[in-house]
Ligand binder design. Structure first.
Ligand code: SF4
Ligand code: SF4
Ligand code: SF4
Length: 206
């Protein structure tokens, strides 16, 4: 961690102010930044939690602990076009927990209860396993700990959940504090237009 205590305090103050500004402020900030600005983003193909081939290892939570923003400017997002809408989603359930009477794992995976599970359409009570579910991440609760991202990865999941720097929260540090700690050099500085495309092709280790 390269920042002095006073700089961290100032940046946290700015970040809180931005959060309080709400969606209107966030939208204005994005417009202001759209003028060719370069921003920080996570390369999913490099991040330990989303890159293929990293299985059976603990999720990396440095995006939570190292970001200068309170609760982190990094949050998990689920791209619905890639999500399998599984009955037993390994990012939602702790699949190692005991199975309940309903046939589902009894515990959730997210330590902040930031993922909601909603049936799509009318659930068939006689064939619950064949229903489809939408998994929605509450970004206000999420702190980017990466557990769900690690769990969603193939072969257990389809890799639809990834970590992203949210540009309405990020204070765009000159040298991103996470980048100095990331073990996979996954923080990249790219144009805002590209960063706003939340799911560039990727996810496979090079
Ligand atoms: S620090 Fe790097 S490896 Fe760890 S979660 Fe963040 S981007 Fe992924
Ligand atoms: S990144 Fe962590 S806090 Fe956020 S939804 Fe996933 S498990 Fe929950
Ligand atoms: S640049 Fe990095 S450390 Fe700074 S607020 Fe953004 S994500 Fe956090």
């Amino acid at each position: 961690m390269m920042l002095s205590g006073s700089r961290r305090t100032v940046l946290k103050g700015i970040a809180r102010g931005l959060t309080l500004a709400g969606m209107g402020g966030a939208a204005a900030l994005l417009v202001k930044r759209a003028d060719g600005q370069v921003v920080w983003q996570i390369d999913a193909a490099k991040c330990l939690n989303s890159r293929f081939g990293e299985v059976g290892v603990k999720a990396c939570n440095l995006c939570t602990s190292e970001c200068v923003v309170s609760q982190s400017a990094v949050r998990a997002v689920n791209e619905f076009s890639k999500c399998g809408r599984c009955n037993i989603c390994p990012a939602y359930f702790n699949v190692k927990s005991a199975v309940g009477r309903d046939g589902l794992p009894s515990e959730k995976l997210c330590p902040r209860d930031a993922i909601a599970r909603k049936p799509i359409g009318d659930a068939d009570p006689n064939d619950l396993a064949n229903n489809f579910y939408e998994y929605v991440i509450d970004e206000k609760k999420c702190d980017g700990c990466g557990k769900c991202v690690m769990a969603c990865k193939e072969p257990a999941g389809l890799g639809s959940v990834q970590l992203r720097v949210r540009h309405d929260l990020c204070v765009n540090c000159n040298k991103c504090a996470i980048s100095t700690s990331c073990p996979k050099d996954a923080l990249v500085s790219i144009g805002l237009g590209e960063a706003l495309n939340p799911f560039r092709e990727g996810g496979r280790a090079e």
